[in-house]
Design a protein around this ligand. Sequence first.
Ligand SMILES: *[C@@H]1O[C@H](CO)[C@@H](O)[C@H](O)[C@H]1NC(C)=O
Ligand SMILES: *[C@@H]1O[C@H](CO)[C@@H](O)[C@H](O)[C@H]1NC(C)=O
Ligand SMILES: *[C@@H]1O[C@H](CO)[C@@H](O)[C@H](O)[C@H]1NC(C)=O
Length: 447
Amino acid sequence: MAAPAKLSRPLCCFALLALLCLVESAALGGRSFTADLIHRDSPSSPLRDPFATHSDLVWAAARRSTSRARHIWARLGSAIRYDLTKDNGDYYVDVSIGTPSLKTLLIVDTGSNFSWTQCSPCTNCFDQKPPIFAPGKSSTYKRVECGTGLCNSLARTKCDGDEGRYCVYEIEYEDKSFSKGDVANETFSIGTSGRRETTVESLPFGCGHDNRRKFQKIGSGILGLSGGNPSSLISSMDIGGKFGYCLVPQSRRGSSKISFGEDAVVSGPGTISTRLVSIGPYYIVNLEGVSIERRRFSYGGNSTDSEAKESNEVVPMVIDSGTTLTYLPSRYFRRLKRDIIRLNPSLTRVQDPKEEYEFCFSTPVSLEVPIVTLHFAGRADMTLTKVSIFSLLPERRMTCLAMKEADKVVLLGYKAQWNFKVGFNLGERTVSFKPITDCSAERIDMI
Ligand SMILES: *[C@@H]1O[C@H](CO)[C@@H](O)[C@H](O)[C@H]1NC(C)=O
Ligand SMILES: *[C@@H]1O[C@H](CO)[C@@H](O)[C@H](O)[C@H]1NC(C)=O
Ligand SMILES: *[C@@H]1O[C@H](CO)[C@@H](O)[C@H](O)[C@H]1NC(C)=O
């Protein structure tokens, strides 16, 4: 009688160990991969306007930035009427959809929580560069039924088709653009098509059969990376709630990267982390102060600066992948302008003829750029890189500050994030930044 007991104990231990191993590998596992991001104006972009001068592109970027910033403010400030901003961003990623897969180009948007692409047959479809996805030809395409958790968790869905059996969506834009279609699950490959680690089965998305778009006749839809919803892309992908990007300045060769899972973890010397006070529809952190040339002007806290003492509040700052410029609280913006003039007394101010930029001057032979540091909650100090502070308009021999002023909600645009590895961790509700010399490197050494 004793014998079986003796035998079963190590067996049980073994089983337990195996189980523990399984649990551990599941916790450590998940998907991890990195893909190229394409800036619409980069030399390798299929979307670049070949006839535009550099100055034209810099102006157009500012125009899009202003329009997107306004939409973000409207959406954060008032009742939410629209799901998407008019300009969804300047970074694109190659995505292959379905089986067999069709390669297409989607805008990466950290301010959208729903992904969609145009689908045939089209009641209405806008012009797009890649062919339109045909769900009828894909063996992995599955329409989502009405009344399912997935359908209920999406805003603006209703029941339609086959006596109301299926879930349909409808997204409207402020400029009367829209996308309507079926909510479905499909296999997606993000980045290099067909690489096993980038293939994600059963991702919820909108298959838009009726689409109108007044702008950006390029790409075919949106890859929404906003969190906060159980059916968001980030929560559906088995990536542990982690994603991030590393953006290359436009003047440099090499492509920016987007990473998911462990690839998106930012660590090592120089890393700063701050808490995300919101993960949807926008990623928002608390800005406690800004220092210019090492002099700190903080909200609240211990500042001796009389201007800084005026206000005792922390300012919410949106971290955005789709806005070009950075919008600073007014008094920091004023201070920054003063410091640029103080450091460069012989600058000649000029008016931007298109009035897209607020502070411009004739491009000098050399320019002293002030050190600008953003102080986020949790002692997270981010010193902006010099490449991100100004925009050059070479044909006009003009240089402009790539920042503007804003009240209440301020915004960290993507230019200010150039040369940083940025990592969002939705489980921990943090965002981390680390200065990186070359974001286009295949592997970024984090140690
Ligand atoms: C769609 O995918 C979700 C998980 O991503 C799953 O819960 C749901 O059952 C799927 N629905 C269909 C119709 O495949
Ligand atoms: C997307 O965001 C809007 C606005 O916050 C919200 O009403 C909606 O429920 C969200 N939808 C999804 C799918 O997360
Ligand atoms: C203010 O100063 C005190 C003492 O120097 C310090 O302990 C405290 O952390 C400071 N507070 C802030 C918000 O910096």
